[in-house]
Design a protein around this ligand. Structure first.
Ligand code: AP5
Ligand code: ZN
Length: 217
C-alpha cells in the first residue's frame, strides 16, 4: 500500500507510523526524521533544514521534494510506503502525484489523524526523543522510558526537540492550518481521505487506523 499520514504536529503520526509500517510491511518515510538525521550528521542539507525547522517554518519545497523522491526510489519502497510529514502543502502533493503517475503508481489512502489542540500541546510538551535515532519517541507521562532520560530501544540519551518550545509549536500549528490542512481537501477530491480520532491509547489508535485502512484496500 501507498499511504500518506496527515495530522497536526504532535498528533502521533510518528508513533502510529512505526506500528502501521510494521503491520503492513512497508517502510516508514518521515521527512522530519530524514532532516533530523541530516542535522545530526551536519550535512549541508541538515544546516539548511535546521534554519527553517527552528523557526517552525517549512523547509523549501525544492530540497524537500528531492529528498523525499530520493528516499521513495530506494528498493525497499518499491511495493509501498507510509509517508509521514510529506506532502505538507499542495505543491508537494502535486509533485508527489506527478512522481507516482510517471511510474504508473497511485496512492491508496490518506489517513488523517484528528486531535484537539490542547491534547497536541500536552503531547509535544512531554515528548522526549533519542539522540541516536529520532524515531525512538517517548513521553514523560504517556510513554515514560524505564530509566528517566534513557532510550529503552538503544540506550541513547533522551532530549527535547529544539522545535518543541512553546513559541515554535505555536508557529508549527499555524503553518499546519494554513499550508498543510489544504492538502486534505486536495485528497478528498480524489476520494482518498479517511479521518480517525487519534485520542485514546496508542494501541487503540493503531486498531482504528488499521480498520480504516482496510476499508481503503
Ligand atoms: P516533523 O518531524 O514531521 O514534525 P511534526 O509534523 O510537527 O510532527 P511531530 O513529529 O511533532 O509529531 P507526530 O505527529 O509525529 O507525533 P509523535 O508520534 O512524535 O517535522 C518537523 C519540521 O521539519 C517541520 O516543522 C518542518 O520545518 C520540517 N519538515 C518536515 N517535513 C517537511 C516537509 N514535507 N516540507 C517542509 N518541511 C518539512 O507524538 C507526539 C508525542 O505524543 C510523543 O511524546 C508520543 O509519545 C506521544 N503520543 C503519541 N500518541 C499518543 C497517544 N495516543 N496518547 C498519548 N500520547 C501519545
Ligand atoms: Zn534510541
Amino acid at each position: 500500500m501507498r499511504i500518506v499520514l496527515v495530522g497536526p504536529p504532535g498528533a502521533g503520526k510518528g508513533t502510529q507510523a512505526a506500528f502501521l509500517a510494521k503491520n503492513l510491511s512497508i517502510p516508514h518515510i518521515s521527512t522530519g526524521d530524514l532532516f533530523r538525521a541530516n542535522i545530526s550528521q551536519q550535512t549541508e542539507l541538515g544546516k539548511l533544514a535546521k534554519s527553517f525547522m527552528d523557526k517552525g517554518e517549512l523547509v523549501p519545497d525544492e530540497v524537500t521534494i528531492a529528498m523525499a523522491k530520493d528516499r521513495m526510489e530506494q528498493p525497499d519502497a518499491a511495493s509501498g510506503f507510509l509517508l509521514d510529514g510529506f506532502p505538507r502543502n499542495v505543491s508537494q502533493a502535486e509533485a508527489l502525484d506527478e512522481m507516482l503517475t510517471s511510474e504508473g503508481m497511485k496512492l491508496d489512502a490518506v489517513l488523517d489523524l484528528e486531535v484537539p489542540e490542547d491534547e497536541v500541546v500536552k503531547r509535544i510538551a512531554g515528548r522526549r526523543i533519542c539522540r541516536n535515532d529520532s524515531s525512538h519517541v517517548f513521553h514523560v507521562s504517556y510513554k515514560a522510558p524505564k530509566d528517566e532520560g534513557v532510550c529503552d530501544v538503544c540506550g541513547g540519551e533522551l532530549y527535547q526537540r529544539d522545535d518543541d518550545s512553546e513559541e515554535t509549536v505555536r508557529k508549527r500549528l499555524e503553518v499546519y492550518h494554513t499550508q498543510t490542512e489544504p492538502i486534505i481537501d486536495y485528497y478528498k477530491a480524489q476520494g482518498l481521505v479517511v479521518t480517525i480520532s487519534a485520542l485514546g491509547k496508542v494501541e487503540e489508535v493503531t486498531v482504528r487506523a488499521m480498520e480504516a485502512l482496510k476499508r481503503k484496500d
